[in-house]
Design a binder for this molecule. Structure first.
Ligand SMILES: [Zn+2]
Length: 328
């Protein structure tokens, strides 16, 4: 059965306790807070033939088929390859499933994640299933970025925001999920994951703390003119582009905040505090705003999986970054 996260308890009781279910739910919230697990738990509950309280029983025919991955009335739609789009052909296949009769005589449940990975054609193909729901089918749409969805998709779902846990709750959970880390490291990981505890765990698994150290060291060398933008862009080839843009975006915000507030508590993680403070003192605010706008625009392109020349893009970023303290 899907893991139950303590910060979802209230939401779970509200969702699973409904006497009547909607045809479609949109579960949305930050990535890495357990939305998928919540959707899977709800899927099991909706398919179970003998629910126990709010949860699936775990041993009826439906539960056993679901656990074996061979339930005939359950459909999971996701990109064929990680981080790629859900294709219109995949959605057409799903639409065929939705119009069939349930083979076990109960509900059919569809899970789609992430919904924003459908392009406009795929979204339009899905709309038909949302507009004319067939029989007792429930669609569970999971989205990390609901702002990217078609309004017509959103308006046909019961929208359910999924909460980000408090820092204290996340750290308590992480102390069990990452026993090998110190508390300080867990705080750092959670900060890098923007407060999402599951994202913190996957960042740890992908070695993000080493990557971060490499990038921070590189930025310092860049500002001291000990390394060129080209050298750095090439040496960061193993680091996800989105992560890099997230960090630079974060640093530009911290610089602006310090320029406005002079508050040393707001300088972010220890590793970049001195650099952030230095850049805040040496750079013109308009230039920081410009580079932040540029970073946000590029980050959006990275998110939309545009075909980007990675090295050129990073070089462009680093050339602008290196010029910050000289432009007042
Ligand atoms: Zn069951």
């Amino acid at each position: 059965m899907a893991e139950v996260f303590p910060w979802q308890e209230g939401l779970w009781q509200q969702l699973a306790g409904r006497t009547q279910h909607a045809h479609a739910y949109l579960l949305h919230g930050a990535a890495g807070i357990g939305k998928r697990a919540l959707a899977e738990r709800l899927m099991a509950r909706l398919l179970c033939q003998r629910p126990q309280g709010l949860d699936a029983c775990g041993h009826c025919k439906s539960c056993l088929l679901l656990q074996a991955g061979s339930h005939p009335d359950n459909y999971v739609l996701e990109p064929e390859e990680a981080d790629k789009a859900i294709k219109v052909d995949q959605v057409r296949e799903l639409v065929g499933f939705v119009v069939q009769t349930a083979q076990l005589g109960g509900r059919k449940v569809v899970l789609i994640e992430p919904v924003e990975s459908m392009n406009i054609n795929a979204s339009n193909a899905l709309l038909k299933s949302l507009e004319e729901p067939s029989g007792d089918t429930v669609l569970l749409l999971v989205s990390h970025q609901p702002s990217r969805l078609l309004p017509t998709i959103k308006s046909r779902c019961v929208q359910q925001a999924c909460p980000l846990p408090s820092e204290a709750m996340s750290l308590q959970w992480l102390s069990q999920a990452l026993p090998e880390c110190s508390q300080e490291e867990r705080v750092e990981l959670l900060t890098l994951a923007a407060g999402s505890p599951l994202a913190a765990v996957s960042l740890q698994a992908q070695g993000v703390r080493d990557q971060r150290a490499l990038v921070v060291e590189g930025v310092k060398k860049l500002l001291k003119q000990q390394q060129s933008p080209t050298q750095l862009a090439e040496s960061w080839s193993a680091i996800p582009l989105l992560l890099l843009f997230d960090w630079f975006c974060d640093w530009s915000s911290l610089i602006l905040r310090y320029q406005l507030t002079q508050d040393e508590d707001g300088l972010g993680l220890q590793d970049m505090r001195k650099v952030v403070q230095y850049l805040a003192q040496k750079s013109g605010q308009a230039n920081v705003l410009n580079i932040q706008d540029w970073i946000l625009a590029q980050r959006q392109k990275v998110l939309s999986k545009a075909n980007l020349n990675r090295v050129l893009l990073l070089e462009a970023l680093l050339v602008q970054w290196a010029a910050l303290p000289t432009q007042r």
